[in-house]
Design a protein around this ligand. Structure first.
Ligand SMILES: C[S@@+](CC[C@H](N)C(=O)[O-])C[C@H]1O[C@@H](n2cnc3c(N)ncnc32)[C@H](O)[C@@H]1O
Length: 284
């Protein structure tokens, strides 16, 4: 992954959300306010203009995205399901007593910014690479900062999460927490995923949960990116953000147990697959 430039994939996710928001019926799936907040964030960041946002919200762009769905069938709409899944996990976790939310590889996600004023007793944390996190911080500054939203800029391949959180005075490792790793784990090598999940378990209190998305593994051992796997993996690599980690769903429970988590199939949305991504939740 290129560390000196803001993440391209995070940008693409945000653009996808804006266009998908214009597709009829998606308002029933997307969390309320997410499309507008994402557009606001992208404009405030200077990545796009209001005119580009209007273009992205046109039915022509919806058709363009739909036309490209042949490459990864279902992936266009998958982002709405993914956002809904993550937000549901956060809301449910808070409802059950969580007082901290940590979004790993947050990109241009707006969950923390939107939910922080609603849950003033909850501390929200976001972590991303410096280039992406700094651009996001600039946008949040323009949109309105939240006292209980902490943006941390760090490369998790260079600094351990446990050290980053220990150094942050607002983080309480004994508190019940919700961790999110949405569209992140596939970009990390196997050992890093294992280590990250173990650290998430070590840095949170009883009753915590982690919600994440992941890519399944093909029979040939490569990440399963659908019918055009070879082409897609090649283009991701070319863009400097290759997929490095995938796992067979039937091996996930064991993997989670080895990292201090327990799979929680009873929690809403777990084990769903949209596009090429599986959704999962684990608890402590
Ligand atoms: C595909 S984007 C997903 C963004 C966001 N979670 C979403 O779904 O809207 C992946 C994000 O993970 C971040 N990321 C990847 N590797 C990272 C690392 N080693 N340290 C910090 N952030 C990382 C990227 O900068 C990027 O913002």
């Amino acid at each position: 992954m290129r560390k000196d430039k803001p993440s391209r994939t995070a940008y693409k996710v945000a653009l996808n959300i804006i266009t998908l928001g214009a597709k009829p019926g998606m308002d029933k799936i997307f969390p309320p306010g997410i499309v507008e907040a994402t557009a606001k964030l992208l404009v405030a960041s200077g990545l796009v203009s209001a005119t580009v946002v209007r273009w992205c919200s046109s039915q022509i762009m919806v058709s363009v995205y739909e036309a490209f769905d042949w490459m990864i069938p279902g992936q266009f709409e998958a982002f709405a399901h993914r956002k809904a899944f993550c937000e549901r996990q956060v809301r449910e976790g808070i409802c059950k007593g969580a007082t901290q939310v940590l979004i790993l590889g947050a990109g241009y996600d707006t969950l923390g910014w939107r939910l922080a004023p609603e849950f003033t007793g909850v501390e929200f944390f976001e972590i991303d690479h410096q280039a992406t996190a700094q651009l996001k911080a600039k946008s949040i500054e323009a949109m309105g900062t939240r006292d209980n939203l902490h943006l941390i800029s760090v490369d998790l391949s260079e600094r351990r999460l446990a050290n980053v959180l220990t150094a942050n005075k607002s983080w309480d490792r004994a508190a019940q927490s919700v961790m999110l790793a949405e569209g992140l784990l596939m970009y990390l090598p196997d050992a890093a995923v294992r280590d990250l999940l173990s650290q998430c378990a070590a840095m949170t209190g009883a009753g915590s949960r982690i919600a994440f998305t992941y890519i399944g593994t093909n029979a040939d051992g490569r990440p399963d990116a659908g019918p055009w796997t070879r082409l897609l993996l090649w283009s991701l690599k070319l863009n400097g953000e290759p997929w490095l980690w995938s796992i067979r769903p039937e091996q996930l429970n064991r993997f989670l147990e080895e990292t201090g988590w327990m799979s929680a199939p009873e929690l809403l949305g777990t084990n769903n697959k949209h596009g090429v991504e599986f959704f999962a939740v684990a608890v402590k």
